[in-house]
Design a protein around this ligand. Structure first.
Ligand SMILES: Nc1ncnc2c1ncn2[C@@H]1O[C@H](COP(=O)(O)OP(=O)(O)OP(=O)(O)O)[C@@H](O)[C@H]1O
Length: 257
C-alpha cells in the first residue's frame, strides 16, 4: 500500500500540491484524474522520487520513501515499473532489445534467461513476432504495449503510468486499459495511472483520486461517480452535454428499477 500523508509541493513561491492525503490500494488500478495543471504529474513524480516533497510523506508499506537511504531508494525503484506519456522507447534498439534493457541493467540472469523473460513479456502483450522491429516501424498502440512489456520485465510490485492513452485512438486506448487492468490483477501489481481518459475512469477505475487545484477533492470507485453530487467532480467528468444527458438517463433508469 502506498500512503500519502499531508503532501505539499511548491516550486519557488508556487504551491502546486496543497496537503494531499490518500491511499493507493494494493493490487488495484488506482487512477489520478483532474484538469490539466491540477498537479497529477507532480504527485506521481513525488511518488516515484523524481521530485522531493516540500513537506509531507510518501509511505510504502509504512516506510517513508523520502527518508530512505540512497541504497534503499535504489532497491525501491527496482520494484517500480514506469510507463511515460510518450512510450519513451529507445529508437535504435529493436523491440526485443528494448524489453531486455532493464533486465540487462539490473538482472543477474544469463543472456538466454533474459531473452526468454523478454519474450514472455512480449507474449503477454501479444507482440510475439514483432521482436526484430524497431519502434519507428510499429504503431503507437504497439509502442505502448512494448513499454508495458518493458515495465513488467523485472516483476515490479508497483506500476506507474503517466497518461498511457495519450495519442491513441479510442479503440486502441481500450486495448491498453484492458491490458493494464488485467496485468494488475494477474500479477498482483499496485498500479497508479494518471489519466484524462473518461473511458478509463468508467471501465478500470477501482480507486479514483480526483485532484482539484492541488488538493484532493474526491476519492471513490467508478460506480460512485454517477451518483456523486460533488459539483467540481461532475463538471469535470461530465464536461460535454452528451455525457450529462447519459448520466441523467442512467440515473433515471436506476430510479425506476
Ligand atoms: N518543475 C517545475 N517547476 C515549476 N512549476 C512546475 C514544475 N513542474 C510542474 N509545475 C507546475 O505545476 C503545475 C501542475 O503541473 P502538472 O504537470 O502536475 O499538471 P497535470 O495535472 O499533470 O497536467 P496535465 O494533465 O496537463 O499533464 C503546473 O502549473 C505546472 O506548470
Amino acid at each position: 500500500m502506498i500512503e500519502v500523508k499531508d503532501l505539499y509541493k511548491s516550486f519557488d513561491d508556487k504551491e502546486v500540491l496543497k496537503g494531499i492525503n490518500t491511499i493507493f490500494e494494493d493490487g488495484k488500478t488506482n487512477l489520478i484524474i483532474g484538469q490539466s495543471g491540477s498537479g497529477k504529474t507532480v504527485l506521481m513524480k513525488n511518488l516515484v522520487g523524481l521530485l522531493e516533497p516540500t513537506s509531507g510523506q510518501v509511505l510504502y508499506d509504512g516506510r517513508d520513501f523520502v527518508q530512505m537511504s540512497k541504497q534503499e531508494k535504489v532497491m525501491m525503484r527496482r520494484e517500480m515499473g514506469m510507463i511515460f506519456q510518450s512510450a519513451a522507447l529507445f529508437d535504435s534498439l529493436t523491440v526485443l532489445e528494448n524489453v531486455m534493457f532493464p533486465l540487462d541493467m539490473f538482472s543477474p540472469m544469463t543472456l538466454h534467461e533474459r531473452t526468454q523473460r523478454a519474450r514472455e513479456c512480449l507474449d503477454r502483450v501479444n507482440l510475439i513476432g514483432a521482436e526484430k522491429k524497431y519502434p519507428g516501424e510499429i504503431s503507437g498502440g504497439m509502442q505502448k504495449r512494448v513499454a508495458i512489456a518493458r515495465a513488467i520485465a523485472l516483476n515490479p510490485r508497483y506500476l506507474f503510468c503517466d497518461e498511457p492513452n495519450s495519442g491513441l485512438d479510442p479503440k486502441t486506448s481500450l486495448v491498453i486499459d484492458d491490458l493494464l487492468h488485467s496485468i494488475t490483477h494477474e500479477f498482483g501489481i499496485t498500479t497508479i495511472i494518471n489519466t484524462h481518459d473518461m473511458n478509463s475512469v468508467t471501465t478500470i477505475g477501482e480507486n479514483i483520486l480526483f485532484i482539484y487545484e492541488g488538493h484532493k477533492e474526491w476519492q471513490g470507485v467508478s460506480a460512485d461517480i454517477m451518483q456523486s453530487t460533488n459539483k467540481r467532480l461532475t463538471d469535470f467528468i461530465f464536461a460535454s452535454d452528451l455525457l450529462k444527458e447519459m448520466r441523467s438517463l442512467v440515473n433515471e433508469h436506476r430510479a425506476k428499477q
